[in-house]
Design a protein around this ligand. Sequence first.
Ligand SMILES: COc1ccc2nc(C(=O)O)sc2c1
Length: 245
Amino acid sequence: MRIDVVSIFPDYLAALDLSLVGKARTAGLLDLRVHDLRDWATDRHRTVDDTPFGGGAGMVMRPDVWSRALDDVIEEPGAPGVRLVVPTPSGEVFTQRTAEAWAGERQLVVACGRYEGIDARVVEHYRATGVEVSEVSIGDYVLNGGEVAALVVVEAVGRLLPGVVGNPESLVEESHGAAGLLEYPVYTKPADWDGREVPDVLLSGHHGRIARWRRDQALERTARRRPDLVARLDPATLDRSDRDV
Ligand SMILES: COc1ccc2nc(C(=O)O)sc2c1
């Protein structure tokens, strides 16, 4: 998979050279390219914005600069599996399900807005040329630009690519994973720390009981902290018929 990120702050994406995503890049599992939008500006000040039509505070990012950049970066506009991602506070919420769907794409191009955003005609133009365009938000809080959202999207999608995470099994049990539950509490050595002990069941060696305890903990935690997720659970996840283990 190829992911391109276009930003006026390309150094913001340097964190993607680290950890799992960095290893995936080195291993050739993820072709991640970061671009400076100003490289497509035409004036000596490398201007990418201008005042908003209709007035109002702030500046808007110019459509001509963005289209020169995206025309260069999008491999095959309109081809299947090519998606333009535009992080925006007015976007649909980006979730684990979104990440799972996008992990199957051929190319993601993430356009990071700044100032008051990107001229709306850019999204209109690429939609009209047959490019899949997704305007997404990573949550209900105020950011200053799309770069943080780009980091979230690249990590959430990149870690789902085959070979990136050592044990694919771990993708099932993690919070918001395939089961749709929050993760159960985890423990490691020392067994006795701060006068607090590890739940006995985890020391029992009884795998069936451990699995059941973990699922019960995940269900309880999800019901307590994220009741909104419980409504979406597969009924089989709530099935307690294995009580005999
Ligand atoms: C101007 O560009 C922005 C500004 C805020 C913002 N907030 C996002 C979010 O995902 O919440 S993406 C994004 C892009």
